[in-house]
Design a binder for this molecule. Structure first.
Ligand code: MLZ
Length: 456
């Protein structure tokens, strides 16, 4: 279990308090365990947890009320303390044993208040608690089977797949799963010479595909001739070869043919390599089944920088998106300080992809600026970091990594499987990157300069 050296996990409670911030509720995260079960607020709900009394047997439970919620973590107060907050304590709902009201006794536990509550309530504690039980108090139970299910992954170590190559997004590369952590897979690219050839994906990522996919849709792939000829057949018939990850376990968008996008159409996109940027972009190639090769305007000549988005991708945006949401668009090279879509389309003699082609149902999952989350750094996706929502725009959210310069911010879809509720890393035993602390330099004249760390 993380952390291997036994040091305590990141102290979310203290951090939220010092930042005076809230965590985004679990229900905002489409894919997170319990997000559909716990649709309404958990605040005020009662549950039975072990008393912290050292003198009592570990079988002793007492009723507590949820006073504050931070993702999977809640602050509890035992019944009997009234407004006294000094005995409040935090638990992780999925890693601490708890029962709904009346559940502990049913499971053979003893229901008894902590000693000081007992002293205060005297013999009336039993009466007190039966009142709580009968008052129809809101209670919750933690469906551990649902949690397990929500953290499971259909991929297994050793399975082969085609993954977009991190150093050249225009190509996929054969890759092998080398580790699975909850719903995330760690893969190693094969046949590539670079020294660090690993990458992490969520299992439902749109950057990973079954063996044969590239040739099926007409995407470029880095692979041997032998691999390609076998893959051609697998792709054509959606066949799974020995050792390949089966086609069914990939979350594939629907195959669409008459989507209306054509080569040369312009739009706005989230730059997959600089995820904080929304840029002017052009359709360079239309592949099969609704996949498009896109280039950021200004980089169109460099074919290796093209990248593939499906027509249903929430990161494909119609012309005018940025203006509508008051986000500064990143203009193509040569158009700094003078970018205007109308002039630009005229000058480049091109048309904007009609807005109806963007089949986006704008979702509001409830994220609000200021909320804290745990977010994958999509440039180094092995890192899951303490982060905040800075802005929402249509279906997009902008994620800021606490302590890092805003140039690290990343736009992502609000249903993205790369953002998690507070407490997720603790639950799955994965290291959470704490906010970067400012580096403080002393200057020669005794002053102090604070600086953020830059990406190395
Ligand atoms: N190698 C980089 C990591 C940056 C990670 C930022 N995550 C928000 C560095 O140490 O600069």
């Amino acid at each position: 279990h993380y952390p291997p050296d036994g040091s305590p996990p990141f102290d979310w409670s203290a951090y939220l308090e010092s930042e005076k911030a809230d965590a985004a509720p679990i229900r905002c995260f489409k894919h997170a365990p319990l997000s559909t079960e716990w649709k309404s607020s958990l605040l005020g709900a009662m549950l039975e947890v072990q008393t912290k009394d050292e003198t009592e047997s570990p079988n002793t439970f007492w009723v507590a009320r949820i006073i504050q919620v931070a993702g999977y973590r809640v602050r509890l107060r035992f019944e009997g303390y009234g407004i006294d907050s000094t005995r409040d304590f935090w638990i992780h709902l999925c890693t601490t044993e708890s029962f709904p009201i009346n559940g502990a006794v049913r499971m053979g536990k003893r229901l008894r208040p902590p000693k000081d509550v007992m002293d205060r309530l005297g013999d009336s504690w039993l009466e007190h608690i039966s009142k709580v039980a009968h008052a129809g108090s809101l209670t919750i139970s933690v469906p551990i089977d649902k949690v397990k299910q929500g953290l499971s992954c259909p991929f297994k170590v050793g399975m082969k797949l085609e993954a977009v190559y991190k150093r050249q997004l225009s190509h996929t590369c054969v890759a092998k799963v080398i580790n699975v952590v909850a719903d995330r897979i760690h893969v190693q690219y094969e046949n590539c010479k670079e020294p660090n050839k690993d990458f992490w994906f969520h299992f439902a990522s749109s950057w990973i595909h079954p063996v044969g996919w590239s040739q099926r849709v007409g995407h470029r792939i880095i692979a041997s001739a032998a691999f390609k000829s076998e893959a051609l057949d697998k792709g054509r018939h959606k066949k799974t070869g020995f050792g390949d990850a089966p086609w069914e376990i990939f979350r594939m968008p629907p195959a669409v043919e008459n989507h209306g996008f054509s080569v040369g159409m312009k739009m706005e996109v989230v730059d997959p390599l600089k995820l904080g940027n929304i840029c002017a972009a052009t359709v360079m190639e239309v592949l099969e089944e609704g996949y498009l090769m896109i280039a950021i305007d200004g980089c169109m000549e460099d074919k290796s920088s093209w990248f593939c988005y499906h027509v249903t991708s929430p990161l494909l945006l119609p012309v005018g998106f940025c203006e509508h949401h008051k986000i500064p668009i990143v203009p193509p090279r040569g158009y700094e300080n003078r970018f205007d879509w109308v002039d630009y389309l005229k000058e480049t003699q091109s048309i904007a992809a009609p807005v109806e082609l963007f089949k986006q149902d704008i979702k509001d999952r409830g994220f609000r600026p200021g909320q804290k989350i745990e977010a994958v750094d999509l440039i180094e996706p092995g890192l899951i970091c303490v982060a905040s929502i800075v802005k929402t725009a249509g279906s997009l959210i902008s994620v800021h990594f606490d302590g890092w310069e805003s140039s690290f911010d990343q736009w992502t879809d609000c249903s993205s499987s790369n953002v998690y509720p507070v407490g997720w890393c603790e639950m799955v035993g994965y290291p959470l990157q704490a906010p970067k602390v400012l580096e403080i330099h002393l200057t020669s004249n005794g002053g102090m300069v604070k600086s953020f760390k830059k990406r190395s």
